[in-house]
Design a binder for this molecule. Structure first.
Ligand code: ADE
Length: 223
């Protein structure tokens, strides 16, 4: 799967793929990540990418020319999806993640500090995605959240397929509590049911825990 990220701060994005599982996914050829800097596509001599808003108001607005030209310069594969990261977008979740993981290429448009000129939306017509009801200084972290969660669904990224099966949300419920050694830590003990080797009982206990946890923490998921 190929990700093309339009960003004014390519180093921020590239740094993420120098560590851990995302680094391994790149090395294994499961994902490719390219960055494109709209600043390299400016047509003005100061390489300006933003300007003051027409009609007045605080802040700056990203100009359409560098973004649209940078977008048009990206090589498009057959099965492509373009996503703009913005707090105004559809809120990201497992269902969207699953849907996005079926594309062979995702082009991500990141803003920084400021809004996009509306004509960027009108011309590119991207899907618009938010990672939650809060505002960040830029779209780079949201873009990395999407790439990370989509990539970990792709075959071969995680060590074992089971490590995804028990994820929170994979069956609409939160994950059950996990324990490892020691059996007794400062008097806090591992539940007996996990030690008796009876897998039917263990599965029942875990399902009960998942439902209980979801009821307490995220009743909205149960409905
Ligand atoms: N850019 C700034 N805040 C954002 C958010 N919550 N989701 C996606 N993109 C953003």
């Amino acid at each position: 799967m190929r990700f093309d990220v339009l960003t004014l701060f390519p180093e921020m994005v590239e740094a993420n793929f120098q560590y851990s599982i995302m680094k391994r996914a790149v090395e294994a050829g499961i994902i490719t990540v390219n960055t494109i800097n709209p600043r390299d596509y400016t047509e003005n001599k100061h390489k300006k990418v933003d300007d003051t808003p027409y009609g007045g108001g605080a802040g700056m607005v990203l100009m359409p020319q560098p973004y649209v030209d940078a977008y048009e310069a990206v090589e498009k594969l057959e099965n492509t999806c373009t996503i703009m990261l913005t707090p105004q977008g559809e809120v990201f979740n497992t269902k969207l993640c699953d849907e996005f993981s079926k594309y062979s290429q995702i082009i991500l448009l990141c803003g920084h500090y400021e809004g996009f000129d509306e004509r960027i939306r009108e011309i590119i017509k991207p899907r618009e995605v938010s990672i939650g009801d809060f505002v960040l200084t830029g779209g780079e972290l949201p873009a990395l959240c999407l790439i990370d969660s989509i990539s970990r669904r792709l075959e071969g990224t995680l060590g074992k397929i089971e490590s995804m099966e028990d994820d929170s949300f994979s069956d609409g419920l939160l994950e059950y509590p996990q324990y490892t050694k020691p059996r007794n830590f400062r008097g806090y003990k591992v539940p007996d049911v996990l030690l008796n080797g009876n897998h039917k009982e263990i599965n029942e206990y875990r399902m009960q825990q998942k439902i209980e946890r979801t009821k307490q923490r995220r009743p909205d998921l149960l409905s």
